[in-house]
Design a protein around this ligand. Sequence first.
Ligand code: ZN
Length: 323
Amino acid sequence: MKIYLTFDYELFFGEKSGTVQKCMLEPTDTLLGLAAEKNVYYTFFVDVGYLIQADKYAELEEEVKRVKEQIMRMIELNHSVQLHIHPHWEKATWKDGKWKMNVDGNYKLSDFSTEERSSIIERYSNYLEKLIGKKINTFRAGGWCIQPFSDLANDLRKIGIVNDSSVIEGGYLQTTNYNVDFTDAPKKSKYRFSNDVCLEDEKGDFTEYPIASFRYRPSFYWWLYGLGKLFPTKHKMIGDGTFLSQGGRKWFVLLNYSNHHISTDGYFAKKLNAGLEKAINLNQEEMVIIGHPKGNTTYSLMKLKRFIDSNYQKHEFKSFVND
Ligand SMILES: [Zn+2]
């Protein structure tokens, strides 16, 4: 099995962005340590919008420098660095020591005009490639909002994207900010497509590597939401920001079975091994796991360490290698 451990490297987009130190630098250092000397390679989907916007404020010079140094460290250690776009950064402002994100009406690429979209995709990609001195080839849309893909296909083709990893099999999230409907996506661990991420096309020039999914029972979420309050030392997120609201999703998942990603974040890390078993039983050749440095907890890091240690000799921990 090829296991792709992928991390969206970013701040939070809710009321509080959290700090670069707690959401990115510290937890990423820990993650890099878990992979060291084990032939384990991660893919970091870097939220380039943050860098582009933070570059404009002298006050943030020092933290931007440290983030860039950490990205270069990822490259030195042979991890992969790829493109993650949260376009609301275009409208974000830094004032009185904090970010005002302005996500409403600006959260997904499809909220922008054709010209704005092309410009964002090109500028963000150029920025990242210039920083790392390598080509990028893999994309993950912010908040999985990659639909309608036909609006992005040409711009992504132009910058050399051949792989996407935004789809979650069976994923569905329709709220003010999110537009995600992967209920029709092929039930495969890899497939080609052209203009619609949910429609397989053997001749398509993009390859989708969907984020592996799992059917979670309601009790899983009762624990997930309860444990942070009951046992903060073990289960409170290291990232010090707040999530963007996902509308009524919280209550839905507390009351219904639901499909969601297999993830290294917080209590989700409990299901890493069960997720791997599921992929093995389905005879899949690869599985993509999503995580966020900001979403780590003491518990999740312990679970991830065990997952890596017990599997790195049996399976291949692969990244989407930069060209
Ligand atoms: Zn993201």
